[in-house]
Design a protein around this ligand. Structure first.
Ligand code: SF4
Length: 326
């Protein structure tokens, strides 16, 4: 693994056993299905897909909140292996959607930002105030807010506090899970620009999960599109927004043209609804909705095919399969 790979997932699968009622036993739900991804140091990988596609499960696995059923995660070459959540938290930190619910309303900004240092026994009370002051400068908050509580702050200020708390441990990777979705449109771009500045200044690597494709286009250097637990296309952001290859990626990215992209959830222009993940379609799980599906698609599962610098998981782009069909 090269030194500039900050985060690597190899064949990560997460299966939940879902109860089918009193006499129905359980059925497996494959929330993540052989996910393999690499994030280079300093890059922003945008992760997009409809609700239920597995984005949140992936975030939980990367934060150590869920263990993968199979597969490995490495941060700077070190496997999660048997490490506990504290080990992971020193390297990977989250920024969540709603800063109000993720901040304790009874604590001051000073207490909120200091908490990770206390939990991880980093420094002592004499150094904590200096660290908090530095973080307030870094995220563009005035020092006078140090004793304010979240309820006395605007949504944008609260998200800056959440960012300061995530960064005070100097993590290597940050999982940004819809970090601007709960903010006014006017504040969203300020927070996005702050995240870009912090990445440059601190050499951070982001996995940026969002429904909002306009936001992903603004910040991501590379994009991975998920459908029913699989990454179905991955490519540099400019390429994927200009010319997506997978039929689902194409339909999803067309949804950026909805009248109000700030609405977030894209209006995917496809027949059929999102399938039941406990009872997924055979072959390519996208086939019931795919405008380009052939008989092969319901019979054979497509595997990722390299389309440098990225990949696409679709029979249409598999040269071996296309050769057989001609
Ligand atoms: Fe559509 Fe078939 Fe490609 Fe799946 S494999 S995306 S069904 S063309």
């Amino acid at each position: 693994m090269s030194d500039d790979i900050a985060l690597e997932l190899s064949d990560v699968t997460k299966i939940y056993q879902i109860s089918q009622g009193m006499f129905g036993g359980t059925k497996p739900l494959r929330a993540l299905d052989k996910i393999s991804l690499q994030l280079r140091k300093g890059e922003v990988l945008g992760l997009v897909g409809e609700s239920g596609c597995g984005k949140s499960t992936l975030a939980k696995v990367l934060l150590g909140l869920e263990k993968p059923t199979t597969g490995n995660v490495r941060v700077y070459g070190q496997p999660f292996g048997t490490h506990d959540r504290r080990w992971i938290a020193r390297r990977i930190q989250p920024i969540f959607q709603d800063p109000y619910s993720s901040l304790n309303p009874r604590k001051s900004v000073r207490e909120i930002i200091t908490l990770p240092l206390k939990v991880h026994s980093v420094g002592d009370s004499s150094s904590w105030d200096k660290e908090v002051a530095k973080m307030l400068d870094l995220v563009g908050l005035p020092q006078r807010l140090i004793d304010a509580s979240p309820s006395q702050m605007s949504g944008g200020q609260r998200q800056r506090v959440a960012i300061a708390r995530a960064l005070i441990m100097r993590p290597e990777v940050v999982i940004c899970d819809e970090p601007t979705s709960a903010l006014d449109v006017s504040v969203q771009s300020q927070v996005l620009n702050l995240l870009i500045d912090l990445r440059d200044e601190l050499g951070l690597t982001y996995l940026f999960i969002s429904h909002n494709l306009a936001v992903v286009e603004h910040i991501a250097t590379r994009v991975a599109v998920m459908y029913l637990g699989r990454v179905i296309e991955q490519a540099p952001a400019a390429r994927i927004f200009d010319a997506p290859k997978h039929p689902y990626a194409s339909a999803l990215l067309d949804s950026i043209l909805t009248p109000d992209p700030a609405l977030g959830v894209p209006d995917v222009n496809l027949d059929g609804t999102f399938p039941n993940p406990v009872d997924p379609p055979s072959g390519c799980t996208f086939h019931p909705r795919c405008p380009s599906a052939t008989a092969l698609c319901s019979a054979k599962r497509p595997e990722p095919v390299e389309q440098a610098p990225g990949f696409v998981t679709c029979h249409l782009h598999d040269p071996e399969i296309q050769k057989e069909l001609t």
